[in-house]
Write a protein that binds this ligand. Structure first.
Ligand SMILES: [Zn+2]
Length: 198
């Protein structure tokens, strides 16, 4: 799930306009931003469910035992919130922390049980994950709803903004439509590429 996370960020933007869209987008992928270097180092790994089809949409067990452990995700979300707070204050700090943690909640829905509670799966506690990825069509529909819902909220808010000083109404509308189309197009592209496994 990548597109769904971005959809959520676009939707949150409409309710927290002071948070920059780039920061919201980064916050939704914050846990994965830490996963990638650990993956490259071989500390966190991805195991295909069907080795013959390793790029299948949702067809992986992901051993992100530090970044996607419940406690690890909470700590990383607090870190994201503190960084945002130091720049943009209390409200944006809280929003960014919540959006960063939303990544874990959405992953909880789709992942097969592979999310530990403690970093490194210390103590061997039960692994979490509701496993919606077992049903790729249902997962893709949930992601599509997040993308379209987020795009709709983003666009609706953008159309209600007053034009910048010196900007006429038509120019303003053109910019709003362009921005919404770019945001929506990128989200749909990331959904299509992940469903197709490319
Ligand atoms: Zn993730």
């Amino acid at each position: 799930m990548i597109a769904g996370h971005f959809g959520l960020a676009a939707g949150v933007k409409s309710g927290a306009p002071s948070a920059p869209l780039w920061a919201l987008m980064l916050a939704t992928q914050w846990l994965d931003a830490f996963f990638v270097p650990l993956f490259l180092l071989g500390i966190e790994t991805i195991e295909p469910v069907d080795p013959a089809n390793p790029a299948a949409y949702g067809g992986s067990v992901i051993h992100a035992v530090y970044t996607h452990s419940l406690v690890g995700a909470l700590l990383l979300s607090v870190l994201a919130g503190l960084l945002a707070w130091s720049r943009w204050g209390n409200r944006v700090g809280g929003v960014i922390a919540a959006v960063a943690f939303s990544h874990w909640i959405l992953d909880l829905v789709v992942h097969r049980p592979d999310l530990p509670i403690l970093p490194g799966n210390a103590g061997g506690l039960p692994l979490l994950g509701l496993g919606l990825w077992r049903f790729p069509t249902a997962s893709a529909i949930v992601e599509l709803i997040l993308v379209l819902g987020g795009a709709y909220l983003y666009h609706r808010r953008a159309t209600r903004l007053p034009p910048a000083p010196g900007q006429d109404g038509r120019e303003h509308r053109r910019r709003v439509v362009t921005a919404s189309a770019v945001v929506t197009g990128l989200m749909l592209l990331s959904l299509v590429t992940s469903v197709l496994g490319i």
